[in-house]
Design a protein around this ligand. Structure first.
Ligand code: FE
Length: 235
């Protein structure tokens, strides 16, 4: 199986490289409507090869891998962070606890880190705007936000956010006035941050659940604000 798979991977990679080099039209391109499955990306092929080898050698259990993928794909995600933010907006005692002892507050809601890392919530106010980054790699509060977006892991975001946070935020669509101080928080494997965004005006009558639906992943990274629902309607 190992040899067969490796042969397949080598052949697929060679075919893709050959087609790219010659500019040759693929079979599907020559015959529109004749669909073929596209050759997976190099990274996908590498991951598949690694996975099959690890399973084959009994180093990992495929069921355990499936459970892990399911956790990241379906269970963890920004919906958790959004619920925490909405709770903080509607419950002043919870907000105080969240800012003073983020781990305990998150745990009280039934969520929490699974790697033993510490979490710290940083609050946006009319005078201070917080943004998170990992300059070293891609540390991210995944236990409350799920998997990081691709741009979060990019060299450009990681290096430029600490050098020119205002410029980066502006490019991402958030133009902050000069009167607002920008604080950049560099995450590590032991310490990760979540931004507590400002509650948008005009949301006084919304319930905690409705508020949670307004909170985006980007607002909890600090590259966006939470927007009030249009027409001042319900979330
Ligand atoms: Fe990192």
């Amino acid at each position: 199986m190992g040899t067969t798979r490796r042969d397949f991977l080598t052949a697929a990679a060679a075919a893709a490289a050959g087609a790219a080099a010659t500019g040759e039209l693929s079979h599907a391109q020559q015959e529109p409507g004749h669909e073929h499955q596209a050759v997976p990306s190099d990274m996908t092929l590498r991951v598949k090869a690694l996975e099959s080898l690890l399973v084959e050698k009994g180093i990992v259990d495929s069921k355990a891998l499936d459970a892990l993928v399911d956790t990241y794909e379906n269970k963890l995600g920004p919906h958790i962070g959004a619920r925490i933010v909405a709770r903080a907006w509607t419950d002043p005692a919870f907000k105080q606890r969240l800012l003073a002892d983020t781990d305990a507050a998150i745990e009280a809601m039934g969520f929490g880190g699974q790697q033993g890392e510490r979490m710290v919530a940083v609050e946006n106010t009319p005078r201070v705007h917080n943004v998170i980054v990992c300059t070293l790699c891609s540390c991210y509060p995944w236990s409350v936000l799920g998997l990081p977006p691709m741009w979060y892991k990019s060299t450009a975001y990681r290096s430029r956010t600490v050098i020119d946070p205002r410029g980066v935020l502006k490019e991402l669509g958030l133009d902050l006035p000069e009167t607002v101080e920008v604080h950049v928080w560099d995450s590590t494997a032991d310490l990760r941050y979540i931004v507590l965004p400002e509650r948008p005006p005009g949301t006084e009558n919304l319930s905690e659940q409705e508020l949670a639906r307004l909170v985006t992943r980007d607002s909890m990274i600090g590259v966006a604000r939470v927007q009030a629902p249009r027409e001042g309607g319900r979330a």
